[in-house]
Design a protein around this ligand. Structure first.
Ligand code: HEM
Length: 426
């Protein structure tokens, strides 16, 4: 069975392009080889077939998890994510975990968190003046949101302890050379090797988190996602174990921290270059605010692919693909198709206020099917709260060139971190 065409450059070269210039790489692959196309990188052991047409994307999202599990694509996260992690499970176990984890992220329970997020956002932005690297600040803010709203930390000391240990763990894997070296050799070469240091950091993190969970079990009150997770009961009425809760909190942290920070950094990078959008945001129309959030997620998605590993041959877009390859809905390409998005490269929130509305399988920043982002409503709410507050800043880009995309761990961020000049603060 032949795979669709793709670059013949060595995997090492494709890996570097995929990491350092992902947008340009995907665009070139698409222009040269069309849809679908096959890439080979060290990101996954297997070749990866990228699809972007909405019909093919729907087929990828609806593949039977028995033959196309998504959990296996995240296998490299296991040492941090843990064995109960929704990210790694598939089939029935995954659905069971998903039902538990999604409960706090729906309806009124979730909306109740909005005022707290708005307050944290305004407190962060009120300190801004002069040059700001939005990505750094948004990493700090989205971590604070997770610690306060999801973990339910109650005071500055608890927050500082957890923040410190989380930054120590994630900091080690975000840098490009370290990440490449870890992707190539996930072997423990002693406590001073990058992988060894990462393992030690995870142990420190676990010890602190178990202490924290013990305190919360003893005194569970308060409004947080953890409070709701502590109320969970499985089909047999059992409470979650500490290990299970730990893996749930880590899944929400891994899923929700860098992805939200990257999306918000892109929001600042785009808004600084589009003062008319900021001006219109100040009019306070919630529909327009929603359009800005959707357009940031379309034009600069934080995740570029939703991959599934084929365990048996499968037919997608009229073509049979063999077992042993990764198939991916390419989120980035799907949201850049000129046939579906007129002036696809332009940042134009107004498109969301015009008819006709896009095909749902062409706006897929949160992936789709049974693996669609479990925190999507929360992520959109967080972005709305931050952007609503940011509309009152006067900001300019620092450099004239729009920022390029580059990878940082699992997400795609602006290459200069979303650098802006805050001319007038809140
Ligand atoms: C703008 C921010 C975010 C973006 C762009 C994003 C995007 C995604 C994507 C693309 C996936 C994979 C979907 C697939 O494979 O089809 C995913 C999965 C997931 N996300 Fe998000 N996410 C964001 C924020 C969040 C937040 C805030 C949380 C939680 C608080 C979260 C929790 C998760 C979880 C738990 C999964 C795994 C779902 C599963 O495997 O069933 N995400 N996200």
């Amino acid at each position: 069975m032949d795979l669709p065409p793709g670059p013949r450059a060595p995997a090492a070269w494709q890996t570097v392009a995929w990491m350092t210039r992902p947008a340009a790489f995907m665009r070139r692959v698409h222009e040269r080889f069309g849809d679908p196309a096959t890439i080979r990188t060290y990101w996954t052991e297997q070749p990866m077939v990228l699809f972007s047409h909405p019909d093919a994307v729907r087929e990828v999202f609806h593949l039977d998890p028995e033959i196309a599990p998504a959990g296996q694509s995240w296998e490299f996260l296991r040492p941090f994510a843990g064995p109960h992690s929704i990210l790694l499970l598939d089939g029935e176990e995954h659905l069971r975990e998903r039902r538990l984890l999604q409960t706090p992220f729906h309806g009124a329970r979730m909306r109740a968190f909005a005022p707290m997020i708005g307050e944290l956002a305004r407190a962060e932005l009120s300190g801004w003046s002069g040059p700001v690297i939005a990505l750094e600040r948004m990493r700090s803010l989205t971590l604070e949101v997770i610690l306060r709203v999801v973990f339910g930390v109650r005071d500055d000391r608890e927050e500082a302890e957890l923040r410190d240990v989380i930054e120590g763990t994630l900091g080690g894997v975000r840098s490009l050379p370290r990440m490449l070296s870890m992707a190539l050799i996930q072997r423990d070469l002693g406590p001073r090797s990058p992988w060894g240091r990462f393992r030690v950091a995870v142990e420190r993190f676990d010890a602190l988190l178990f202490e924290f969970l013990a305190r919360r079990r003893a005194d569970p009150g308060g409004d947080s996602v953890l409070t709701l997770l502590l109320e969970q009961r499985d089909e047999d009425g059992n409470r979650p174990t500490d290990r299970h809760l730990r893996d749930q909190l880590v899944a929400l942290l891994v899923g929700g921290h860098d992805s939200s920070a990257a999306s918000l950094a892109w929001a600042f990078e785009r808004l600084a270059r589009h003062p008319a959008v900021l001006a219109r945001l100040r009019e306070g129309d919630p529909t327009y605010l929603d359009a800005v959030v959707k357009e940031v997620l379309r034009a600069r998605p934080a995740l570029t692919i939703a991959p599934r590993l084929l365990l048996a041959p499968a037919r997608i877009a009229g073509r049979t693909l063999p077992a042993g390859v990764q198939v991916a809905a390419c989120l980035w390409l799907a949201m850049r198709r000129e046939d579906l998005w007129p002036q696809a490269a332009a940042f134009r929130p107004e498109r969301w206020l015009e008819a006709p509305q896009p095909n749902p399988m062409s706006w897929i920043p949160f992936g789709g099917g049974v693996r669609r982002c479990a925190g999507a409503p929360f992520a959109e709410m967080e972005m709305r709260e931050v952007i609503r507050a940011a509309a009152w800043l006067t900001i300019r880009p620092i450099g004239p060139r729009p920022e390029r995309a580059r990878r940082s761990m699992l997400v795609v961020t602006p290459d200069r971190g979303g650098e802006i000049l805050v001319v007038a603060g809140l």
